[in-house]
Design a binder for this molecule. Structure first.
Ligand code: NAD
Length: 484
């Protein structure tokens, strides 16, 4: 395998991991520095034969799954190892994901929470007693449910949260006692490789962990062809989510998909509270977060003030090289993605939109951009942009906002800033989204809470407690007591 050109990558294995063994197929793909575009590594392109071997060995070794107490300790130990190697993770994510140090640090802090919560949940997996005597003549019957691991879990993850999105799937799968096969995005295979090493060092049985590497659809579709995989947990685009749902057939899946995330500023909102959160929720990770604000609805009475203050704060953001101190907004994942988003902005302008600030591009860096005078029919309104671009939409009637949000094909998350409890509850009832955050943005997340979408944003919840529930089978056991 070609050694990495960058010294910070010397400790990262570029090989696939099949049932705990590092292997090479002979074919590789290239990973790039997101800012400069330079090649930083060549990573093994896992072969179909190696994928088959990963599944066979996982099945053969399921009896090696440690008990809940030990799984809990392994997850806690993994968190400790990551803490001690934190800088390595920061450096790797700066290169392959284009994150600033602050963005990587936040992602790591959250991933450590995910590990910690999963570690606790590993000790609490249980079923429930069933009150059989609630039916006539059943008082001598006792029943309870048992929760057992589903078996082999396959986690397929996106580029935009290479650390925490992966841990949100792998840590609950381990906590639940499953063998894990993980396939990260081809853009960000290196963080995943480091995480797998950490899990093995923490004591997870090697036969129960495989890392499948590959760009594009090939490796992913080979994984979907493996009928002995019991459960697919996926985060990524709605397009690929549909393929997974179709190919998984009757097997269980959990899908976190695309979104057009919205946040609403009502007339009574506290802007000192709202605007710093909105700025962060719009431009962090160059807007490449599924809950990044794409539509900001603002009460007409406050639109001028919001526009002026947001413009001023956005102009103060520095974009560029994520490894340079003081840079707030780094590159997008690829220059072609920045070119696509820029072309959507240009299309909107040609249809009458006004650029409040931003719109410029240098390589893979798109300036933080605010658009006004937008309307449905423009791509920036109707399709997921996944870029540092927000649209400002004035409103007079909250029910029109609810109707407008519900008319999108997505339903992941929304935020509303208001002090009116009746408005907030009305929105909680009426919005077709997986989560509504009051006096927070659409991008608010606590790693313990249930998190998932509706409609084209997917189904099922992340959050260790909730995903562990999905990653276990629940069986009912009954006893008929014989009276002496
Ligand atoms: P993507 O769908 O292109 O890729 C996601 C993963 O699927 C990658 O590992 C990729 O290699 C793999 N893949 C690609 N084609 C496949 C196929 N045919 N079969 C199986 N696997 C395949 O997504 P992305 O560009 O990496 O991430 C951006 C998308 O992810 C956005 O749409 C964003 O909204 C979404 N996302 C959603 C959430 C959420 O919580 N809902 C969180 C993060 C990202």
């Amino acid at each position: 395998m070609t050694p990495s050109a960058s010294p910070v990558l010397q400790s990262v294995s570029m090989l696939s991991l099949i049932a705990g063994q590092r292997v090479s197929s002979g074919a590789t793909f290239t990973v790039h520095d997101r800012y400069s575009g330079a090649e930083i590594a060549r990573v093994d392109q896992t072969s179909q034969a190696n994928i088959k071997e990963a599944v066979v060995k996982a099945r053969q070794n399921l009896r090696k799954v440690p008990d809940g107490y030990e799984r809990s300790r392994i997850l806690r130990r993994a968190a400790e190892i990551i803490q001690s190697r934190k800088q390595e993770f920061v450096d790797v994510m700066a290169l392959e994901a284009g994150f600033t140090a602050a963005e990587s640090s936040n992602e790591i802090a959250r991933g450590l929470d995910t590990l910690e919560i999963s570690s606790e949940e590993a000790k609490r997996i249980c079923g429930e007693m069933i009150p059989m005597d609630g039916n006539p003549g059943q008082k001598d019957r006792v029943a309870f449910t048992l929760r057992t691991p589903v078996g082999i879990v396959c986690a397929i993850t996106p580029f935009n949260a290479p650390f925490n999105a992966l841990l949100h799937k792998v840590a609950p799968a381990v906590a639940a006692g499953n063998a894990v096969i993980v396939k990260p995005s081809g853009y960000t295979p290196l963080t995943a490789s480091l995480i797998c090493d950490v899990l093995l060092e923490a004591g997870w049985p090697p036969e129960l962990l495989s890392l499948i590497q590959g760009e594009g659809a090939e490796a992913g579709e080979w994984l979907l062809d493996e009928k002995d995989i019991d459960f697919y947990t996926f985060t990524g685009s709605t397009r690929v989510g549909r393929i997974i749902q179709q190919k998984a057939g009757a097997r269980r899946t959990q899908l976190e998909l695309g979104s057009i995330a919205c946040t609403i500023i009502c007339a009574d909102a506290d802007l000192d509270l709202a605007l710093p959160r909105i700025l962060r929720a719009t431009f962090r990770k160059a807007g490449q977060v599924c809950t990044s604000i794409q539509r900001l609805y603002v009460a007409a009475a406050r639109i001028d003030e919001v526009s002026a203050r947001l413009e001023q704060a956005t102009r103060a953001l520095k974009s560029g090289n994520p490894r340079q101190a003081g840079v707030d907004v780094g590159p997008m994942i690829a220059e072609r993605e920045a070119v696509r988003a820029e072309s959507w902005v240009k299309e909107a302008v040609s249809m009458g939109a006004r650029v409040v600030t931003g719109g410029g591009r240098s390589g893979s860096v798109l300036e933080p951009t605010i658009l006004a005078n937008v309307r449905e029919g423009m791509k920036v309104m109707d399709q997921e942009i996944f870029a540092p671009v927000v649209t400002l939409i004035p409103f007079d009637d909250i029910d029109a906002v609810i109707a407008s949000i519900n008319a999108t094909p997505y339903g992941l998350a929304a935020g509303v800033f208001t002090n009116d409890v009746n408005t907030a509850f009305h929105m909680a009832r009426e919005l077709r989204v997986g989560g509504l955050h009051i006096n927070e943005t659409s991008s608010s997340r606590n790693d313990g809470m249930p998190y998932g979408g509706l409609k084209d944003s997917g189904y099922g919840f992340e959050g260790p407690k909730y995903l562990i529930r999905d990653m276990t089978d629940e069986k009912v056991v009954t006893f008929s007591l014989q009276r002496p």
